[in-house]
Design a protein around this ligand. Structure first.
Ligand code: SAM
Length: 241
């Protein structure tokens, strides 16, 4: 298995946006979700996007008047974010989300969306990050977390091979191995070249995080769970200080 950064740098970062599909559609979905959750700037105007990727949350946040700090350790994806952002008020930070407080002491909104939280190495890191999120929020500020459900039993047998996307020159498949606390995710990328098909395989671990545990941790740090929701196959929480 690789560590997450190596996995994104060597394989997933180069095809993440292709897997995601049309960026404008991803923007529109996140934009609609932000409208539904009714989040808006309250005092600092700062929103921190943890694990921003190509920016499908950062851009709609900027378009709602936030000054966005987009944190991610995958330089390739942050480069894509910058080209999508054009002259919007988005500052990119290439670094670990666990160190995000170095870049902003206070914020109106912190989002950690699209399954990013489960990428952290262990629950101690997750707990520390959640404590930092709670401590960063101003009164009236909000946090949005979305993760996939890896707590329910996973697929077995051949169903562990998940076709993610294929086009004429690329095929991307995931192979999932469920353990007690983690899921080993093996990404399989086949590319058509002039010499024939190539195969790249890289694996990383995702935590089997329970959203109730996440909610409990943030509640213990003084946030109130305002809403639970489902969006794009993910489970979500909206919390308020
Ligand atoms: C599944 S993607 C989600 C991207 C985006 N939020 C979305 O919804 O499309 C997870 C992102 O988190 C980043 N990431 C994961 N762990 C990280 C860490 N510890 N520090 C910085 N970035 C991290 C990855 O590089 C990747 O861009």
């Amino acid at each position: 298995m690789n560590d997450v950064k190596t996995h994104y740098d060597e394989l997933l970062g180069s095809v993440y946006s292709w897997i995601l599909g049309d960026f404008d559609q991803a923007y529109a979905k996140n934009s609609a979700l932000l409208d539904e959750l009714d989040v808006r700037p309250v005092s600092t105007g700062i929103a921190i996007d943890l694990g921003a990727g190509p920016g499908c949350q950062s851009l709609p946040l900027a378009d709602r008047g936030y000054k966005v700090i987009a944190v991610d350790f995958c330089a390739e994806l942050l480069g894509e974010l910058q080209s999508h952002a054009a002259d919007r008020n988005v500052r990119t930070v290439c670094g670990d989300i666990c160190d995000f407080r170095r870049h902003a002491e206070r914020a109106d909104l912190v989002v950690c969306m699209g399954d990013t939280l489960v990428h952290l190495p262990d629950r101690t890191c997750v707990a520390a990050l959640l404590d930092d999120i709670a401590a960063t929020l101003v009164p009236g500020g909000a946090a949005i977390i979305t993760i996939r459900d890896y707590v329910s039993p996973g697929p077995t047998g051949a169903k562990r091979f998940i076709p993610i996307r294929s086009t004429a020159d690329r095929i991307f498949t995931c192979f999932l191995e469920y353990g007690e606390d983690v899921v080993n995710v093996h990404d399989i990328l086949q590319r058509r070249t002039a010499e024939g098909w190539t195969l790249e395989v890289s694996g990383y671990r995702k935590l089997r995080l329970d959203l109730d545990w996440v909610a409990g941790r943030l509640a213990a740090s003084g946030l109130t769970v305002e809403r639970r929701f489902e969006s794009g196959g993910m489970l979500g929480l909206l919390l308020r200080r």
